[in-house]
Design a protein around this ligand. Structure first.
Ligand SMILES: [Zn+2]
Length: 100
């Protein structure tokens, strides 16, 4: 049987500690701006994005151009902790809602 440990706290996850919670993350560049740019020909937007990517590359930035998926094993307490603050934001700052 494969041994799993929590990717956050490092503790072993066994039948005694509770279920292994699998967290899957998926991130990708959102195409929102392409949709909103009705005034521009599609090729212009593509070229614009390509230009931005080239500039970022020149600046030495690692630009995510593809979908990235990651999976983590979490113990139950860490899973609960993660869900309460998924982005690890400071608890001092109150969540802001745009009102939309
Ligand atoms: Zn843990």
């Amino acid at each position: 049987m494969r041994h799993f440990s929590c990717d956050l706290c490092g503790k072993g996850i066994t039948a005694a500690t509770g279920p292994r919670m699998v967290l899957k993350l998926e991130s990708y560049p959102a195409p929102d701006e392409v949709d909103a740019a009705d005034d521009f020909a599609e090729t212009d937007v593509v070229e614009e994005v390509a230009q931005l990517l080239r500039e970022a590359e020149d600046a030495g930035e690692d630009v995510p151009t593809t979908t990235r998926k990651s999976a983590f094993d979490l113990c139950v307490p860490c899973h609960r902790k993660f869900l309460s603050n998924p982005l690890g934001r400071s608890r001092v700052a109150a969540p802001r809602f745009s009102g939309n």
